[in-house]
Design a protein around this ligand. Structure first.
Ligand SMILES: N[C@@H](CCC[C@H](N)C(=O)O)C(=O)O
Length: 258
């Protein structure tokens, strides 16, 4: 079988995108998806995303981690899919789409995509870390020497040790200014450090605000793959009007064959 694919990256979080509006992609073939995402035996990506038809919105997002399993929301992937929808002529500058966590809206200007995330109702604050769900589960922990950390190994310890089989994504953070933070993320389903994680930096911005580390409702987060901006409103016990903004670009296209 042959199928066109497109490779996108959003601050270094990279994805194979497939236009599946004709429903030809074998969605339950976990091994095939893992092979496509394999960086030596396949195209190589942190995840694979299908763009499908939806009756109520512009399109539907179906997200798979690089291990081939369908997973929860991917913020950078959502931003890349909006850029892909524009490339396909499905949208112009505004988009509404449905993902596993509900409906999202987005705006695209040039290669900058601003994506509205779901409201966050609860942040669990522990002495050493916070835990919250921004569409995907995230552990947020301030550390002293972020650059020197072995994120794959420290992340795996927490991902399996603290969160068991379902797991969590693990974000290690250091503050770089009054409203800016540096972040490195271990992603479950990739089971490694990625260069950036959209739901992760969103979680970091909210957790740092809740912890009183910043009073701003517009936070810059620097990842190894680039900079993202998160803005939000403070609600009673949670956060609303949460936006994740940053670049999303097509890097190449090709044909999958299997
Ligand atoms: N890279 C993503 C997060 C993808 C989902 C995550 N690996 C999980 O399974 O929870 C992002 O940009 O949000």
């Amino acid at each position: 079988m042959k199928l066109d694919f497109f490779k996108y990256q959003g601050t270094g979080n990279d994805f194979v995108l497939v236009d599946n509006r004709h429903e030809i992609f074998p969605k339950n073939d976990t091994k095939l998806i893992a092979k496509i995402c394999d960086r030596r035996f396949g195209v190589g990506a942190d995840g694979l995303i299908l763009l499908e038809n939806d009756r109520m919105t512009d399109f539907k997002m179906v997200y798979y981690n690089s291990d081939g399993g369908e997973s929860t929301m991917c913020g950078n992937g959502g931003r890349c899919l909006v850029a892909f929808a524009k490339y396909l002529g499905i949208i112009d500058t505004e988009a509404t789409f449905v993902a596993i966590d509900g409906i999202h809206t987005a705006q695209i200007r040039g290669d900058i995509v601003k994506l509205k995330m779901q409201d966050v109702e609860e942040i669990k604050v522990k002495p050493q870390y916070s835990f919250l769900d921004t569409g995907s589960p995230h552990h947020v922990q301030l550390v002293d020497a972020l650059d020197d950390m072995d994120v794959p190994s420290e992340g795996a310890k927490l991902r399996y040790g603290l969160y068991g089989k379902p797991g969590s994504n693990i974000n290690f953070v250091s503050q770089s200014g009054a409203d800016s933070f540096n972040v490195r993320t271990y992603e479950r389903g990739v089971e490694n450090e990625t260069l950036s994680c959209g739901t992760g930096v969103t979680a970091v911005a909210l957790a740092m605000h809740r912890a009183g580390k910043t009073v701003s409702n517009q936070v810059q987060v620097n990842t190894p793959g680039g900079e993202l901006e998160i803005s939000f409103d403070v609600a009673n016990s949670g956060y609303t009007e949460i936006y994740l903004k940053g670049p999303a670009t097509q890097v190449f296209k090709g044909t999958l064959e299997w």
